[in-house]
Design a protein around this ligand. Structure first.
Ligand SMILES: [Zn+2]
Ligand SMILES: [Zn+2]
Length: 327
């Protein structure tokens, strides 16, 4: 197999070749067709997340086909088209796993962070955390659904059912969530970096009724808002944009510090929450609605060996939609 490996945070990934991995009991091996580049990968590579497995192969938006099956795997077979998400394994017995909140498991494994991921030609996954995908469809287009889509879906549920939805940061997740929210009959307000007219036009193209700078006041009071950009300064801005009882959801795994803000913008039962990881139930729900919504993802494909360029382009905000690596 070939893979792009991170030896130490802060260093570029290195292309390596090693023997094909073999699936253990309960695992499958997937031949990777496409792997999306998520902002979380940047946080891993830049050393902003604690205790990664090192060396690590990043990548947790994996689409491919099973090409080897370990003993004891019944629900999956060789040749099936599957997706592998961030949630790689949970313990099954901690208080969170037992209460339907496996996303908060005390001893989880995360794909591309604490177990090897999809910046590679092959990847091993625990069969119980693999999502079967429809047999047809474009692999590159599907890859961003595995995290941007799934986390986007979970954050949208947690934001509640309000009609007027603000999205702060219009990248890979927001461009999928905007389409789901429109399909649900909501109005989408897109807040981008000041001056990012390309992202604002992109948001309007995907059905946003308004798009503008995050530093502008919202043109209307919002019911709820989701923050995808890793920028703590957006929290008070979003709180000011939602009306009484409204919710603000922080959907990233890492964010810069939130500046001090007056209690008055939280008062009146506004809620501030974060979203962490996903459950397998989120995946079943989301992949259930994907064909109905007809989600169209905007992607830029890079060959696997150019993973460092894809990460740099994401870091610099040079991408619209999502970067996807193709081995
Ligand atoms: Zn657990
Ligand atoms: Zn992700």
């Amino acid at each position: 197999m070939q893979a792009m490996v991170l030896h130490r945070p802060g260093e570029p990934l290195e292309l390596i070749e090693r023997p094909d991995p073999q699936p253990a009991d309960g695992e499958v091996r997937v031949r990777v067709a496409a792997c999306g580049v998520c902002r979380t990968d940047l946080h891993v590579v830049d050393g902003e997340l604690p205790n990664p497995k090192l060396p690590i192969i990043p990548g947790h938006e994996i689409v491919g086909r099973i090409d080897a099956v370990g003993r004891g795997v019944e629900r999956l077979a060789s040749g099936m088209r599957v997706g592998i998400p961030w949630l790689g394994r949970t313990c099954g017995h901690c208080r969170y796993c037992r209460s339907g909140r496996e996303n908060l498991c005390d001893s989880p494994l995360f794909t591309g962070y604490t177990r090897d991921g999809g910046y590679a030609t092959h990847v091993i996954a625990d069969a119980q955390y693999v999502f079967p995908l429809a047999e047809t469809g474009d692999d590159v287009a599907a890859a961003p659904l595995l995290c941007a889509g799934l986390i986007g879906w979970r954050s949208l549920k947690i934001a509640g059912e309000g009609k007027k939805l603000g999205l702060y940061g219009f990248g890979a997740a927001a461009h999928i969530v905007a389409q789901v929210a429109r399909w649900q009959g909501r109005d989408v307000f897109a807040f981008t970096r000041p001056g990012d007219v390309a992202a604002q036009a992109f948001a309007r193209k995907l059905g946003a009724c308004w798009a503008g700078s995050s530093e502008e006041p919202s043109p209307e009071e919002l019911d709820c808002a989701i923050i995808y950009a890793p920028v703590g300064a957006l929290v008070p801005l979003a709180l000011k944009a939602v009306h009484k009882g409204g919710a603000v959801v922080c959907a990233g795994i890492h964010m810069s510090d939130i500046p001090r803000f007056p209690y008055s913008i939280l008062w009146e039962e506004r809620e501030l929450k974060s979203v962490a990881n996903l459950t397998r139930k989120d995946g079943e729900e989301f992949f259930g609605i994907v064909p109905q919504v007809g989600i169209v993802t905007e992607t830029t494909a890079y060959p696997l060996r150019r993973a460092n360029d894809a990460l740099s382009d994401l870091r610099a905000g040079r991408l619209q939609g999502a970067a996807v690596l193709v081995p």
